[in-house]
Design a protein around this ligand. Structure first.
Ligand code: PMP
Ligand code: GLN
Length: 397
């Protein structure tokens, strides 16, 4: 189950309760499996795609010119200005670079800092189930409990269950985590769904932490709408994004969080003692690149959409039942047509059977009763990797 894993092996005797029994992260486990078996790795969402050459050159130049010491704790003013300009230009969201934008060590640190900043032990946090594995782990580090509000299967996609969301709220709920576009499902929350979520958050006075790292990767004309842009939501929302997915630089770990000054100040209080600050030459390079993200992201979307189509068609040809991926890096597939009721068993046997590694979606589910037969395949890979994987899957049927 999500949130009971870490990347460091299992923490056992002597370890604090907050990390005890956390196993190895599913991403590490499956990437290791791919390495050991030589299988094509469609598991971890680590891109095999190129980054903008100008961005790489700028980062290299900054590094060689001596930009190697701590950046300002809040992040370079130029990058905070670029983030604020991006939010205004794209979504009409107005944030002051000084005080309402904070640069973080990836979205990962922004998420951890936000939950540490807004949850006391015993508090509850709602996330849509399935969800990215860091949410449950961060909740646990904060002493809070992550409660799942199920996304229900709806044809070849996933939908919000408004009644289940309302039922998930309790007097202890402090925060709602939204992730759109969504990992692992590839769903983009619709305008109607966002309106329901906004209503529930206002009714119960919840703080919203929204993870929008795939904001530039919505395909087929689907539009990403930040929940902060809905009426009455800016004041209670912390919006998180990062450079990793947008520019294929997941190893740089430059993220950011925008919100009203008092909320961002609370996040900054936690963040300064996690890393203080990081990524000096990368911050400098991204400050320049973010201003022209649209052109680059347009090309990247075309590539990723083609890869999604290649993988979706291939999974169908291999006799698996793919779901619709509107955005992001991942396609879900129903593996029951291959005779598996359990995605974990399927993923364990897949390297030997077809030379492919995928991730059981059960690793992302919080609550019991999840569809065990869902498996996540990643398409942020080279075309050649996807073609090889598909050929091997088709041959294995
Ligand atoms: N949120 C989601 C939904 C993700 O898929 C990821 C994966 N990389 C992250 C956050 C982490 O982002 P970063 O690499 O910027 O820390
Ligand atoms: N976000 C990536 C995924 O979902 C992996 C991130 C990680 O390895 N921690 O596959």
């Amino acid at each position: 189950m999500a949130g009971t894993r870490s990347t460091a092996g299992t923490a056992g005797r002597g370890a604090a309760a907050r990390v005890r029994d956390m196993g190895t992260s599913i991403f590490t486990e499956m990437t290791d499996l791919a390495r050991r078996t030589g299988a094509v790795n469609l598991g971890q969402g680590v891109p095999e795609l190129d980054s903008p050459p100008a961005l790489l050159k700028d980062a290299a130049d900054a590094l060689l010119a001596g930009s190697n010491q701590y950046p300002p704790a809040l992040g370079f003013p130029s990058l905070r200005e670029a983030v604020a300009a991006h939010q205004l230009r794209r979504y009409g969201l107005d944030y002051r670079p000084q005080g309402e934008v904070l640069i973080t060590t990836g979205a990962t640190e922004a998420l951890a800092s936000a939950l540490l900043a807004f949850c006391d032990p015993g508090d509850e946090i709602i996330a849509f189930d399935p969800c990215y594995d860091a949410y449950a782990a961060d909740a646990r580090l904060a002493g809070a409990r992550l409660v799942g509000a199920p996304l229900v299967l709806d044809g070849d996609g996933f939908a919000l269950d408004a009644d289940a969301l309302r039922a998930a709220v309790s007097p202890r709920t402090r925060v709602l985590i939204l992730n759109t576009p969504h990992n692992p499902t590839g769903k983009v929350f619709t305008a109607d769904e966002l309106a329901v979520i906004a209503e529930v958050c206002q009714e119960h006075d919840l703080t919203v932490v929204t993870d929008e790292v795939y904001e530039h990767l919505a395909y087929d004309g689907t539009r990403h709408v930040p929940i902060a842009s809905l009426p009455g939501m800016r004041e209670r929302t912390l919006t998180i994004s990062s450079a990793g997915k947008t520019f294929n630089v997941t190893g740089w770990k430059i993220g950011w969080i925008c919100g009203p000054a008092p909320l961002v100040a609370a996040v900054g209080a936690a963040k300064q003692f996690l890393t203080y600050a990081s990524g000096t030459p990368y911050q400098e390079a991204l400050a320049r690149m973010l201003g022209s993200v649209e052109e680059w992201a347009g090309e990247l979307r075309t590539t990723l959409r083609n890869h999604r189509d290649l993988l979706t068609d291939g999974l169908a040809r291999a006799g698996l039942r793919p779901f619709r991926a509107e955005a992001g890096y991942f396609v879900q597939a129903d593996v029951r047509p291959w005779g598996y009721a359990d995605g974990v068993e399927f993923c364990r046997e897949l390297p030997e059977r077809a030379g492919v590694v995928a991730i059981p979606t059960s690793a992302f589910y919080l609550e019991a009763g999840a569809p065990a037969w869902l498996v996540r395949f990643s398409f942020c890979k080279r075309e050649e990797s996807i073609r090889t994987a598909v050929d091997q899957l088709v041959r294995a049927t």
